[in-house]
Structure formats: structure tokens, C-alpha cells
Ligand binder design. Structure first.
Ligand code: AMP
Ligand code: MG
Length: 275
């Protein structure tokens, strides 16, 4: 995202390249001065209309693309973000990809192989529900590959994302920052609510016991892969409406920054008369 198209909220949430992420100082329950829930929701609603128009222009122009990378602990609201912030866009030019533990074919390739295949085409907005960052998060914490392999991935990711930027794909990276307490609350809901049972897995509890290790891995990720080409933003995610307002704002500003124009009719076509 070009800095020229930033807003004070976005500036506050950005992890400056090369600077500490200051994760401990970032309040997951912050309301960012957005007021009460109805205020935040009204703001999201307004921005979603602007976003819809910008998205149509992106598609019409068909020269560039945007990919939104969502990372966060279990129950941080990645699925909800996709639904609330992107659900109203034209499905024709939206491409959603979710990343689970790699299958045997994926494991038989380098970690970026499966990522590259599902990137948005020119004109599309892509959404990654988890991403190549799992390969320096869960993989690091659970020691799924040796350290000498995962430690080289930060640089590989930075190069990959710079390459994408050079080729016309803007990479927008959002860390949905929820507190340990809010996660517990959402897990309890998933157990108590019949319609949410399916979202819960025992593996979520196992991961929760390693919260501090995950935060260490997240901090390293934020500090080592926030770059000028693709900076990280830390989204306060304890309040779903704050999260939605921020994600909508970041996306809208990103597309604003692309200065998208409706393609013009070719001069020779302007003279044509339709009878
Ligand atoms: P969910 O997001 O709840 O559908 O869960 C997906 C699971 O896949 C999470 O536990 C992730 O940590 C896991 N996962 C995603 N990518 C990888 C990866 N590259 N290696 C290992 N596990 C992964
Ligand atoms: Mg899950």
C-alpha cells in the first residue's frame, strides 16, 4: 500500500519495516477511536460501497491484482473477515484460498509452490485464509522442519512478495490480533453453540497451550517480513466490528492507492453508431 493513501488508523497499525512489532503494546480490544459498535458498522458499510466500486474498476482494468493475507490464532476471525468484508463483492473477480496442513503432493514441493498457484489473476482480489506464513509459524513452533530450513524462509518470503509487487500484485498483510481471553470465550461458544460445534477441534486446545511460543513466532514474522513492498498491519480483533472496520479501510485504501480508472473506449470505437 502506498503511504500516500494511508489514514491515521492505518499508520498506527502498520509495523514499520525494520522496527520492533511492539506486540505487547498493541491492545487487541482497542476500539481505535471508532466509537461504539453502530458507528463502526456504519463506517464499514460506507467503505464497502466504495470498495465495491474500486473492485469493479480493478476488474475492468485487468492489469493489476491485490491479495489479502489473513493470519491469526484460531478463532481470531479470519473466516468472519472473509464473509463480512469481502462477501459483498462481485464473486466473478474474487478468489479465496484457505491453507490447511499441506497434503503429500504439496509437501513434495517447496513451500511457496502451492501459494503461487492460487494467487489472484490480473483484475482479481485474492484472499488467503492463512498463507505461506504458516511455514514460519506452526512449522516453527511444532518443529515440523529443522530450524536451518525455516529460518531461511523469511528472506525467501520477502523476495517472493517483492517479486509479486514488481509484477503488479499488491500484497496486503493483516495479523488479526486477539487476546488469550477472547480466544477462550470464542472456544467456549464453539462448544456450547450447536451451530458452531463444527468449528472446534481438539487441536485448537493443544495450540492454545503453546500461546507464548506462537506469539514469539508471530513477533519474528512481523519484524522480519514487514517490508516497504508488503508491510504488516496489526488489527485489533477482540471486537469483531472493529476488525471489520479496519480490514475494510485497509482494503479500500489499498485500492484507492492504485489510482484505478475506468478503461476508455478506443478512439476508433467512439465514432461508431449502434443501430
Ligand atoms: P483451520 O484454519 O482451522 O481450517 O485450520 C487449518 C490448520 O492447518 C491450522 O491448524 C494450520 O496451522 C494448519 N496449517 C496450515 N498451513 C500449514 C502448514 N504449511 N504446515 C502445517 N500446518 C499448516
Ligand atoms: Mg480452526
Amino acid at each position: 500500500m502506498g503511504k500516500g493513501s494511508s489514514t491515521p488508523i492505518i499508520d498506527e497499525l502498520r509495523v514499520e519495516p525494520g522496527a520492533p512489532a511492539e506486540l505487547e503494546q498493541r491492545n487487541p480490544a482497542s476500539r481505535l477511536g471508532l466509537g461504539e459498535k453502530p458507528d463502526g458498522q456504519a463506517r464499514s458499510q460506507e467503505l464497502l460501497e466504495v470498495l465495491d466500486d474500486l473492485h469493479n474498476r480493478l476488474w475492468a482494468e485487468a492489469r493489476r491484482s491485490v491479495v489479502l493475507v489473513l493470519q491469526g490464532m484460531d478463532a481470531s476471525g479470519k473466516d468472519g473477515t472473509v464473509k463480512h468484508c469481502l462477501g459483498g463483492l462481485n464473486p466473478m473477480s474474487v478468489r479465496v484460498a484457505g491453507f490447511k496442513a499441506p497434503n503429500s503432493t504439496e509437501l513434495a514441493h517447496d513451500f511457496l509452490w502451492r501459494i503461487h498457484q492460487v494467487l489472484p489473476q490480473r483484475g482479481e482480489i485474492g484472499i488467503f485464509n492463512r498463507s505461506h506464513y504458516e511455514d514460519v509459524l506452526v512449522v516453527r513452533v511444532e518443529e515440523l522442519v529443522p530450524k536451518q530450513i525455516w529460518k531461511k524462509r523469511y528472506a525467501a518470503i520477502n523476495e517472493f512478495e517483492e517479486h509479486l509487487a514488481n509484477e503488479g500484485t499488491t500484497v496486503v498483510k493483516l495479523f488479526l490480533n486477539i487476546s488469550e481471553e477472547e480466544q477462550a470465550k470464542r472456544f467456549r461458544e464453539r462448544i456450547a453453540d450447536r451451530t458452531k460445534n463444527w468449528k472446534f477441534s481438539p487441536d485448537d486446545l493443544a495450540k492454545r497451550t503453546r500461546w507464548d511460543d506462537y506469539m514469539t513466532a508471530y513477533r519474528a514474522m512481523l519484524e522480519r517480513t514487514s517490508t516497504d513492498a508488503a508491510p504488516w498491519h496489526i488489527v485489533p480483533a477482540d471486537h469483531k466490528w472493529v476488525r471489520d472496520a479496519v480490514v475494510t479501510e485497509v482494503l479500500t485504501q489499498t485500492l484507492e492507492g492504485l489510482d484505478l480508472k475506468w478503461p476508455e473506449l478506443a478512439p476508433q470505437l467512439k465514432a461508431l453508431v449502434v443501430t
